[in-house]
Design a protein around this ligand. Structure first.
Ligand code: SF4
Ligand code: MSK
Length: 655
């Protein structure tokens, strides 16, 4: 049975555009998800298409436990067991996520080097302090050399991390010593970034690694090459060249589009084009040009992770998250959707063809049939950005009659980088995580949760995130968010200091004292590496154990869809963090593989996966884990325990 619109999203702006899309006969991801149920064999991880003797399907019997005999018979033509097939599928997804973040990090490293060498004049080094800190961390000589000289050495060092063949990734040194030793013990300290992705593809190829535990352990290695490698390099460099984010107020949701201005949305992940567009859109000559076409100005907005980057560095408004991309075009008010890489639905081309919107691809790695390709050149960045903006301005006169912009937009504060949290808590001259640790020890803050990831039309848009986040803050858990779920909370008004009223007494008192929201926007998907740095800073500040797995810190992705989310989850787990995913789980077809991820990994790494589609129940799994870690640290007596009566339990079951 088809779902009613109300079951598709809890966001009123999204619902209003879904109604318009239906009335105008426009296909969206929401509708396509209704029409096509997921393949149950692929969803369970039990289909292998890795050679031409297959594809081989080895599904579980439906509706009953399989017998040992049946399990033995579940093999591909080559004899691969269901465990091998499920593990290989899982590892390939992690490798794809790592490759995506890694390729993003590589582009940033090369741009950084070009900037240092004076080959990309539109950019410069904005955060000198962070440049020097990273240079110090990685052993680059500072002396009395210029920033550019230091940056050339640092850039070359970081570029080499991608192709390094032996040794260990340099940034692993930032992790607590105990964690580094554990990675070495289990043989999962990554050598380089590309080599681990390549070896994952080799190991999962027909006839190579056929021991599911060995495969899954290698999955941890390739994921660490993302979190402590590609993603961390990307985040660090972006901060150095575009500025380290600091709290900034702006607005979010489709209501940020303007009736009387040229609307341009930037969508994707890598921020170098967005940075130049933000500057060019303020150029009086461009604004005058827009006026010659009858518009009152140029309105630049972001979407998905590009939106996070723009919002936290420039206060550029955010038009919405992943599932709103087609709906932004359905407003009829969008002159150009400018995209680069990752999370860009091909469906945008069809939607754009029904309105006047120009879909413009800008990256050679991300072309779309029927879109206009305008290659962005970082060495001639302003001219490239101007050409794209002119196309959008020229298109304003083609706006049709079918314009309707939702009224919904909410205030949100973004930009809580690790450095900002440090300053906010400790002050400019004694920046530290001490007050956070103290408030965790005294029980005002029960623990910290990273709630991250995407939207997925297989579940109600934004609903899982909001239910989970509300439950966590109500129970005094400070929430840090990245990606599309940060936007879900922003739209719902949870990212302003006033939202402290929804927090438990302890968390509320801390938020009110510091003046922060109970839900902090930490950045884009690659910025999950900031969460690793923040957790490491908590360990280093003392009083909460000597490894990341000792901390009352947990992770979740209640609405995930991207392979990148699995890579993030796996590096959280391999870094010692309990991590729960919702929506669907890609190894349910193999009990052994799931048991390894849900149980055995904990014995090895102190972190483990869990799968729980009910977001409130998932929040309570997280709280339970936080309490276990508090008990092990001997700080459980500091807080009052909440005892659930029958009514509270019934409420929980009803969700
Ligand atoms: Fe089938 Fe084995 Fe080929 Fe996979 S690798 S498609 S299980 S024969
Ligand atoms: S954009 S990876 S839908 S969070 Fe980073 Fe959003 Fe997920 Fe893409």
């Amino acid at each position: 049975m088809l779902r009613k619109d109300e079951a598709k999203s809890v966001d009123p702006a999204t619902l209003s555009m879904l109604e318009k899309a239906t009335r105008e006969g426009i296909s969206t991801a929401f509708e396509r998800a209704e029409q096509m149920s997921p393949c149950p064999i692929g969803a369970d991880g039990t289909c292998c298409a890795f050679c031409a003797m297959g594809p081989c399907r080895v599904p579980l019997p439906r509706g009953r436990e399989e017998t040992a005999k049946e399990n033995k018979r579940r093999r591909g033509v080559c004899g691969a067991t269901v465990e091998t097939i499920a593990a290989r599928n899982f590892v390939r997804k992690i490798a794809a996520g790592t490759a995506s973040h890694g390729d993003h990090g590589r582009v940033m490293a090369k741009l950084f080097l070009d900037i240092a060498k004076g080959k990309a004049p539109a950019y410069k080094i904005k955060d000198e302090q962070k440049l020097l800190q990273l240079a110090l961390d990685l052993g680059v000589t500072i002396g009395d050399r210029s920033n550019e000289e230091i940056a050339v050495d640092l850039g070359e060092l970081l570029c080499k991390e991608f192709g390094k063949q032996e040794g260990e990734l340099l940034l692993l040194k930032r992790a607590p010593l105990k964690r580094q030793e554990l990675w070495r013990k289990w043989g999962i300290a990554p050598r380089g970034i590309d080599i681990e992705v390549v070896e994952s593809m080799h190991r999962t190829n027909m006839g190579t690694d056929q021991d599911y535990k060995d495969l899954l352990n290698f999955g941890a290695k390739v994921a660490l090459a993302d979190g402590w490698g590609g993603s961390m390099i990307g985040t660090e460099i972006q901060d150095i060249i575009f500025g380290t984010p600091a709290p900034i107020l702006n607005q979010i949701n489709l209501g940020v589009l303007k009736e009387d201005e040229v609307n341009i949305i930037l969508h994707g992940h890598e921020p170098q084009l967005a940075e130049t567009m933000a500057v060019v859109c303020q150029d009086p000559k461009m604004i005058d040009y827009a006026k010659t076409k009858g518009a009152n100005g140029i309105n630049l907005a972001g979407m998905c992770c590009t939106a996070n980057e723009m919002l936290m560095r420039h206060g550029v408004p955010n038009a919405g998250n992943f599932l709103q991309q087609e709906l932004a075009i359905v407003t009829g008010a969008l002159e150009a959707m400018v995209v680069d890489v990752q999370c860009i639905m091909q469906g945008l081309a069809d939607t754009a063809s029904c309105y006047h919107t120009k879909l413009i691809t800008t990256d050679a790695r991300g072309k779309i049939q029927d879109a206009t390709h305008m290659q962005f050149d970082e060495h001639n960045a302003y001219e490239s950005a101007k050409a794209i903006i002119r196309v959008a301005i020229d298109n304003y006169v083609n706006r049709g009659e079918k314009v309707r912009i939702p009224t919904q937009k909410a205030d949100m504060i973004a930009g809580f980088s690790h450095e900002t949290i440090n300053y906010l808590l400790g002050g400019m001259f004694r920046a530290s995580y001490r007050p956070l640790n103290d408030n965790i020890i005294n029980g005002r803050i029960r623990g910290v949760a990273g709630v991250v990831g995407c939207n997925n039309p297989r579940t109600t848009h934004d609903a899982g995130n909001l239910a989970m986040v509300r439950e966590l803050i109500k129970n005094d858990v400070l929430v840090l968010q990245t990606g599309c779920l940060a936007m879900a909370s922003g739209k719902a008004g949870l990212m302003v200091p006033e939202a402290a009223e929804f927090a438990g007494d302890g968390l509320r008192s801390v938020c009110e004292a510091v003046g922060i929201p109970p839900v902090l926007h930490v950045g884009a998907c690659i910025d999950n590496s900031r969460l690793l740095i923040a957790a490491t800073a908590m360990v280093k500040d003392g009083g909460l154990g000597d490894d990341l797995s000792d901390l009352p810190v947990v992770g979740a992705a209640p609405e995930w869809m991207s392979e990148k989310a699995l890579a993030i989850g796996q590096y959280f787990v391999a870094s010692g963090v309990f991590t729960v995913f919702g929506t669907t789980w890609p190894t349910t077809g193999s009990k052994e593989v799931s048991e390894f991820l849900f149980k055995e990994m904990e014995q090895m790494y102190g972190g483990m996966w869990a799968f729980e589609p009910n977001p409130v129940k998932a929040a309570h799994l997280m709280i339970e884990r936080i309490d276990q870690n508090r008990k092990a640290l001997g700080i459980d007596t500091a807080r009052e325990r909440v005892l659930y009566d029958m009514e509270m339990r019934r409420e929980l079951e009803a969700v």
